[in-house]
Design a protein around this ligand. Sequence first.
Ligand SMILES: *Cc1c(COP(=O)(O)O)cnc(C)c1O
Length: 385
Amino acid sequence: MDLSYIINEMAEDREHYFNAVAPPIMQTSNFSFKTVDGLRQAFADEMGGYLYSRGLNPTVDILRRKLSALDGAEDCLVFGSGAAAIFAPVLAHVKSGDHLISVRQPYSWAQRMFDNLLPRFGVQTTYVDGRSIANFEAALQPNTTFIYLESPNSWTYELQDLAAVAALARPRGITTLIDNSYCTPLYQQPIALGIDLAMQTATKYIGGHSDTLGGVVSGTHAAMRRIFESEYLTVGSGIQPFNAWLLLRGLRTLPMRLEKISRTTEAVVAFLKQHPRIGRLLFPFDKDFPQYELAQKQMTGACGLLTFTLKDGTVESITKFCEALKHIQMAVSWGGYESLVIPRCAGIAPADFDAANEGHQYIRLYAGLEEADYLIKDLEQALAV
Ligand SMILES: *Cc1c(COP(=O)(O)O)cnc(C)c1O
């Protein structure tokens, strides 16, 4: 399907709302019925129409149809956050006694779910180094029902061979889910590679303006109905109409924002690589990246996030560098218009900082929509401090 059609036209029934070019925000909690039978039908199949906005809502549905088309999926569900879009599909596919395989160091709140929440309900998780398919195979147990992927992840960009994982899981009836936030469906199509469920946080690139949260999970009609009728409605973590509207607005410029960020990231990577104070640099489309070939094979783009270390990777020098930045802000999140930096050591108690552990020295940079020169100048002056 044409990307321009999906973003500009698909699911926008403008004649139903005065030919307004921008869709209305259907800020309503409920929908009324003329007949008892109509209401009965809505109760019987809440996914078949509008009853109550904890279920379906027309503004959310415009976004929903576009996002599932972007994923090349039959359907999707849109949540109030990315974390909710992880929680609901995982919860929908595991039961007490099940075993789950996750890539090591997944998104932090996914890891908390695996470590703290699921064990309370008798679901155990094994973490694997997902760079080798043999590690997934070795971790399989008779009760493995779910494989959780994140490729690339958002700090070290480790990849999994998605087609290989799908080929391992499908014949065994194991459900696979990927956190595809780094690439978005524009730069990676996990469902075409055989992954069952493609999830992304919409807070980052889809929204693109650092002003709302959201999340999405895509898959078959049957899989979405299963999640909708249980976890989606029960937990009540669907997105609000106004936030869906903000995401629709962000979506209009997604392709051009990613293009621009790709060019900027390339320039920033080239600058950092030649700088004498930089130690390690991690970026999946950098030729020196350990999984560069796999990245080229299954991703059509990479941009925005990259990680580096300073040769002098003490907490003091990392702190000085981060605090010396004048334009690049220090904050969590990414995917917005503004460039950001975050040092790993901010999440580590000073007494636990291990100077020999490269991971403790990581500084993650997100390149936003500023001009590359503007960012490079800021990095240059901060590296000179
Ligand atoms: C931010 C993020 C999430 C969670 O999304 P929220 O919208 O913040 O809940 C999940 N995965 C990745 C990779 C993220 O960066």
